[in-house]
Ligand binder design. Structure first.
Ligand SMILES: [Zn+2]
Ligand SMILES: [Zn+2]
Length: 364
């Protein structure tokens, strides 16, 4: 078996993080030297003591998509703040980023103290459609039940990180055991993992030798390592996490008001709302965007009896409508606001849910 290598490092920090010491340019240069094809910049979210201000995450388009031949992803390492999986960035803030890594860290508002609480927090964070990667789930500062975390990763399409820094190695045998348990269960259940350096200094970019040695030792399948070069990584990152099984999806497409009276079905609808808020900008561009907007507009028109005035929208949204920009989040937000606030007739909760569910189906 050929040893597994990595073609991308999906978790590094720059000088912008309080605990890191190299510039973005230095990190990219290091990636070039390591022969990496892609690098994700994932500085700490605002919930960490001294973390970035949330304002600093609002300019993903400032960063080029590629520099010195390395594809760049503008991301975040968000902080999980409670057992409900709340994060320190939300909705449109997360949707605007290329890649959302989330994890538990000291120095945040998180107050969980037991394995059960950490597990609940991590699983709840995975339910967030925006969260693509859970960072260092084998980190013994916050031990989790891998027997619950791994199947949740499979179900929600979230990737578990094998983190070079927190793997344990010589100093922490418990972390190494936990890493092994994670890999064994992931291999058995088909959970995808990614191997990252979590580097805070340029010399560490792409340096994951211990993690790769562990993968070899346990015979971990390369096809489950998302950054091993065995799958189209960019497409995998851009494709929204897919929560809905085909039966549920069909029911959503042909949704009736009766469905909305079914209490078992409401959680699915609410998940649809999350999908809209987190994933929509990742799938629709160009022609698709125009079709999508046309559809939404006619739905709004049907429910409100009012044609949305696109000319009045701010320039960003207008650009979205022309299919020029990659994210439709703001547009959907605007249309939902139209439903909520500007309709001459009262839009019932049922109608609103029908509309949002429809959007979710189109976006998923
Ligand atoms: Zn971390
Ligand atoms: Zn980190």
């Amino acid at each position: 078996m050929t040893p597994i290598g990595i073609v991308a490092d999906l978790h590094v920090h720059t000088l912008a993080s309080p605990c890191a010491y190299s510039t973005l340019a230095e990190m990219v240069e290091a990636a070039v030297q390591r022969g990496l094809k892609a690098l994700a910049i994932t500085d700490h979210g605002p919930g960490l003591q001294g973390g970035l201000d949330r304002f600093q995450f609002q300019f993903p388009t400032v960063l080029p998509k590629e520099h010195r031949g390395v594809q760049l992803y503008h991301g975040v390492e968000a902080n999980i703040l409670d057992a409900g999986g709340d994060l320190d960035l939300h909705g449109s803030e997360l949707a605007a980023l290329d890649l959302v890594v989330a994890g538990l860290h000291p120095g945040t508002a998180y107050r969980g103290s037991s394995t059960e609480e950490h597990t609940r927090a991590v699983v709840a964070a995975m339910e967030n459609p925006a969260v693509r990667i859970i960072s260092h789930p084998h980190n013994m500062h916050f031990p989790v039940q891998m027997e619950e975390v791994v199947p949740a990763a499979v179900r929600t399409g979230t990737w578990l990180e094998l983190n070079h820094r927190y793997m344990g190695g010589s100093g922490n045998p418990e972390a190494l055991t936990q890493s092994r348990t994670m890999l064994r269960l992931a291999a058995e259940q088909g959970a995808r993992i990614c191997v990252n350096s979590d580097s805070h200094f340029m010399a560490g970019v792409g340096q994951v030798a211990n993690a790769l040695a562990l993968l070899d030792e346990v015979g971990f399948p390369a096809e489950l390592v998302v950054n091993s070069g065995t799958l189209e990584l960019d497409a995998a990152i851009r494709t929204p996490k897919h929560f809905l099984d085909p039966e549920v999806e069909e029911r959503l497409v042909f949704l009736t008001e009766n469905d909305l009276l079914d209490p078992d079905f409401l959680p699915v609808l609410h998940r649809g709302v999350d999908l809209v808020q987190a994933g929509i900008g990742k799938v629709l561009t160009g022609e698709n965007a125009v079709m999508f907007v046309t559809h939404l507009a006619s739905t709004v028109n049907r429910l409100c009896g009012k044609e949305p005035e696109f000319a009045e929208l701010d320039p960003l949204v207008a650009a979205e409508i022309k299919g020029q920009a990659p994210s439709l989040f703001y547009l959907v937000d605007h249309l939902i606001a139209l439903l909520d606030e500007q309709c001459p007739v009262q839009v019932t909760e049922v109608e609103r849910l029908l509309f949002v569910a429809h959007v979710a189906v189109l976006a998923s």
